[in-house]
Design a protein around this ligand. Sequence first.
Ligand code: AHR
Length: 320
Amino acid sequence: MKLVRALASATALAVTIFAASQASALTVGFSQIGSESGWRAAETTVTKQEAEKRGIDLKFADAQQKQENQIKALRSFIAQGVDAIFVAPVVATGWDDVLGEAKDAGIPVLLLDRTVDSDKSLYLTAVTSDLVHEGNVAGKWLADTVKDKDCNIVELQGTTGSSPAIDRKKGFEQGIEGHANLKIIRSQTGDFTRTKGKEVMESFLKAENGGKNICALYAHNDDMAVGAIEAIKEAGLKPGTDILVVSIDAVPDIFKAMAAGEANATVELTPNMAGPAFDALDAYLKDKKEPPKWIQTESKLYTASDDPMKVYELKKGLGY
Ligand code: AHR
């Protein structure tokens, strides 16, 4: 009889502990842009891993590059009463209404990797790199590399209206400022994809004497650079030598290209935005500790002298 009672109370205790842990598990909705780049794929992988590590129930929604899908996903997260929302906003404008709805519902919103032009009171924090600084580093690298030589630059921009496209353009222009020998002669969006990067580079090459007028390519991400490298090779020129290539992200494939002498420099963007975001959310929910409005991740320049094959080996299994 004693044994039966002991077993019954042990079961009751286990049920209580299970119920308590179920009750405290957080549910976070994550509206991801899509899968336009290797970097984006890695961010998705890392976010899922970080959620799992912390026992968080992550509701994932892929917006297939469309803001309207992101807004729908946010509304559905609000209706489900999630504890918090993560969003990587595809473009910077048009978020006021839905962010206001989340705020009215008492659901904190955390921005990942891109910013919006809404009032800061509408979101808890933004975890991003300094996107202007990234462009600046790329521009300064190019200015230091070409020195006094005249250099016509073509630029592949990211998604029109996205904060990285706006800020990386601005930063690069600041980086080459005061160097009259450096000129951006063509600039067009490649939408952060390899296919578009290749396509637009082909049109640049055609318009610029088969590429002979071009000294350097600046791409707002590595995927567009990798596409453009293919186009340059198909035009019979040597990327990395005839046309210098500088881009942003530090995905494994750009290190392969660097090792082959076909790319010259990249600025690293960490795919781990979720880690700092979950930490900030945890502190906010537990202790009502307001995080800073901007949690800045680091940016690092890599060039061909940084043993690119070694970096490739280190990065290749990380979900890119
Ligand atoms: O917002 C970050 C940018 O978005 C990455 O640099 C790019 O690859 C991506 O798709």
